[in-house]
Design a protein around this ligand. Structure first.
Ligand code: IFM
Length: 419
């Protein structure tokens, strides 16, 4: 196998993904508010959440400042410098999100200056030869909207599709690929089932409602965006988990897999099935499920967040999507690895499995590593480091990690040489 070259299809898109709230800095939305109210608590709770080695390696988790997104890595002002780096690393595509709360900080009033800002971001990508993938909602929302219930309010779908339609109309000359929603099921589970994220509910009925509201939001936005230009390509970013029974011979464990798989992977897609021009797949998790009791992973190789690294899972997921007969983009896949010891191997191994899927007829057309830069990892704050580029949050200096150079070789040649 050594020296063997795995060629990717012509025009394959190579890049990274980011999200406004995690990189831009200076946002004012429901999360900004929640961070202020919860930073002290999150710092206090860290010792109960993380293992001893994590606490020792990342003492910043005990500092409330870690949980305030603040100026993040100031990508709002430094996007050109960051895109220069991405271009130098051979990327020909980039996924980012528009911060809705900047565009519509008051209901129905749209800020032309902020729209202009995103036009410049898009042009900065275009002049560098990078295809933009624009996410319209990566979880944060204007305060006025969260105050009236956010995604639990059925009108969310109308507000969202109005904003989506405006963005498509104003920025459409620079964009072909629109990603309506990022990972609806992450919001449903973290905000409405486990109660970790704002508005911190643990209510199965709210969760069921949010499935419907978000599906409605995607479907309406799809319709509005296509109304502006039929050639726009519209999808939503779907986090998919590879799930297996803990005991392959246990009937009950298999039933548990079916149930988990339905809610995590299938239900949302079913609700929006005929409103997608492509599938946007995000892969992080492999779980072995038991009917009663805890799920269990072997955790042989893990990231700094102790998430298991299981590259084969992406292949299994991709194969399962063949039935939809749509182009597929892997719009996120990545790991927290502050020392950059595992990242290059992580990327290569996932790409080997993606390549195998392509050889077997799965129409994968792009790969976006999460993330370009270290950024604000939601309720965990800044300590998990996902970036190909290290962010120094004090000086805002960027430092390209060795794994970024390994990934660059693949992007530039459109092939992976096995070592
Ligand atoms: O940081 C997140 C991103 O916002 C959505 N997908 C998963 C990433 C890592 O947790």
């Amino acid at each position: 196998m050594r020296g063997k070259k795995l060629k990717f299809p012509e025009n394959f898109l190579w890049g990274t993904a980011t999200a406004a709230h995690q990189v831009e800095g200076g946002t004012n939305n429901d999360w900004t508010q929640w961070e202020k109210d919860n930073a002290e608590r999150l710092a206090k709770e860290a010792s109960g959440k993380w293992q001893a080695w994590q606490q020792e390696k990342f003492p910043e988790m005990f500092d409330p400042k870690n949980y305030i997104s603040g100026r993040a890595c100031d990508h709002y002002n430094r996007y050109e410098e960051d895109f220069d780096l991405a271009k130098s690393l051979g990327h020909n595509a980039h996924r980012f999100s528009i911060e809705w709360s900047r565009i519509e900080s008051e209901e129905g009033k749209f800020d032309e200056k902020e729209i202009e800002h995103y036009r410049k971001v898009l042009q900065a990508l275009r002049v560098r030869g990078m295809e933009p993938f624009v996410t319209l909602w990566h979880w944060t929302m204007p305060l006025w909207l969260s105050e009236i219930g956010g995604v639990e309010n059925a009108r969310f779908a109308d507000y969202f599709s109005r904003y989506a339609s405006l963005m498509a109309g104003k920025l459409g000359s620079e964009v072909k690929f629109w990603v309506t929603l990022n990972e609806p099921t992450s919001v449903i589970s973290n905000s409405y089932v486990f109660g970790n994220w704002p508005p911190q509910k643990k209510n199965i009925f709210s969760a069921q409602k949010v499935y419907r509201v978000l599906a409605d939001a995607h479907n309406k936005a799809y319709f509005e965006i296509k109304k502006i230009d039929q050639n726009f390509q519209v999808g939503f970013a779907n986090i998919l988990q590879f799930i297996e029974p803990l005991n392959k011979n246990s009937f009950l464990d298999k039933i548990a897999v079916k149930i988990f798989d339905y809610y995590a992977n299938k239900k949302f897609l079913k609700l929006v099935e005929d409103k997608n021009d492509f599938l946007a797949v995000q892969y992080y998790f492999h779980n072995r499920i038991k009917f009663f009791g805890q799920t269990k992973n072997d955790n042989k190789i893990i990231s700094d967040l102790s998430w298991e690294i299981y590259p084969e899972g992406i292949y299994r997921i991709l194969k399962d999507l063949k039935k939809y007969n749509l182009p597929i983009y892997v719009t996120e896949n990545g790991l927290a690895d502050a020392k950059d010891k595992k990242r290059a191997e992580f990327i290569k191994k996932h790409l080997v499995w993606i390549h195998k899927a392509i050889e077997e007829g799965i129409d994968v057309r792009g790969y976006f590593y999460w993330s370009l830069l270290d950024n604000f990892e939601w309720d965990k704050g800044f300590w998990p480091r996902f970036g190909l580029i290290e962010s120094n949050y004090e000086t805002l200096e960027r430092k390209v990690r060795p794994s970024a150079l390994e990934y660059a070789k693949i992007c530039k040649k459109n092939e992976l040489e096995l070592s």
